[in-house]
Design a protein around this ligand. Structure first.
Ligand code: GLU
Length: 309
């Protein structure tokens, strides 16, 4: 089976990343993740990489990937190295999946979405797969998706830098999860683990909407002998209806002409205490202040932040 070289975790140079999905334009919620991951990397003397998670074409918005990169650059973010596009890495994910199939760790599943919904308990992220195809496809069934066969000891624990100790039993709360979806696209869980390893990411700062996905990623890391990065899950910005800001909830795209004030607002939401005078300062001044004053410890230990402003 393809495995990654285990790197010693001590003395690893900090490498963070920002991994937007081009399903829409950047908004004030995504800005929180960009700002926090960037400042944490910079103040730790590390690198900050950008990865375009363009893995799900039906959900993507034409032009969004380029727009995201232009917006980041206009806000003054500077990334290290080339951008990694997930759409160019399908062969790598395929190879990883083939190895898991060869090791009998991934298996074909012929169940429809409706069958799973009808015969399953609800878990942390939708129905818990009842294991129908675990011991072979039932007669007359075609492969639709490929799933990971969980071992009995799928209790995952980690200490999130912001949210504290987390624990999830994948068997009780998720079930054998999908690696290759019925529509032929690779699952985020597989791609993110393979790519964080490929890019040598040591520290992941991202939204708390992904907190429940992390145990699946830890499980895959263990299976593939990938060293575990540190995780910090930021509170996510929600609107008055309690919904995450996104294209679906009509989040307003970031306006470049308001970059300084939007950065100021992001810093304040992240618990930093930017001087009000910085609202009318230049981009350079706000970044200079941020790079000398950023403290991850000040980020609120919450899963949600309300967008009252
Ligand atoms: N692409 C994901 C998103 O835009 C983020 C994935 C991650 O940070 O692991 O929500």
């Amino acid at each position: 089976m393809t495995t990654f070289q285990e790197k010693p975790s001590a003395n690893r140079t900090y490498r963070g990343r920002f991994a937007p999905s081009p399903t829409g334009l950047l908004h004030e919620g995504s800005l929180l993740t960009a700002v926090a991951s960037y400042l944490e990397a910079r103040t730790r003397g590390g690198q900050w990489l950008v990865r375009m998670e363009d893995l799900d074409p039906p959900r993507e918005m034409p032009g969004a990937a380029d727009n995201i990169l232009r917006t980041l650059a206009s806000f003054g973010f500077e990334w290290d190295g080339p951008i990694l596009y997930q759409s160019k890495r399908l062969d790598v994910y395929r190879e990883m999946l083939n190895d898991l199939i060869a090791g009998n760790v991934a298996y074909p599943c012929g169940c429809t979405r409706k069958e799973i919904a009808d015969s399953s308990l609800r878990g942390i992220d939708g129905p818990i797969y009842p294991g129908t195809c675990r011991n072979g496809l039932p007669a007359g069934r075609q492969t639709r998706a490929w799933r990971l066969r969980l071992e009995e000891t799928a209790l995952m624990e980690f200490n999130d830098v912001i949210q504290g100790t987390q624990q999830q039993n994948l068997i009780d709360q998720v079930g054998d999860f999908v690696l290759l979806r019925a529509d032929g696209y690779f699952a985020y869980q597989l791609a993110v683990v393979v790519d964080d390893a490929e890019q040598g990411i040591t520290d992941i700062v991202r939204g708390a909407d992904l907190l429940d996905s992390t145990p699946r990623q830890l499980y895959l890391q263990k299976l593939l002998h990938i060293s575990r990065p540190n995780y910090a899950h930021l509170p996510i910005l929600v609107n008055a209806a309690g919904e995450k800001l996104s294209k679906q909830t009509r989040a307003v795209a970031l306006e470049i002409s308001r970059a300084t004030v939007l950065l100021w607002k992001a810093l304040e939401r992240l618990g930093q205490r930017p001087d009000p005078a910085l609202k009318t300062a230049s981009l350079d001044e706000i970044w200079t202040w941020s790079c000398s004053n950023w403290q991850l410890e000040l980020v609120p230990q919450a899963k949600f932040l309300h967008d009252y402003a």
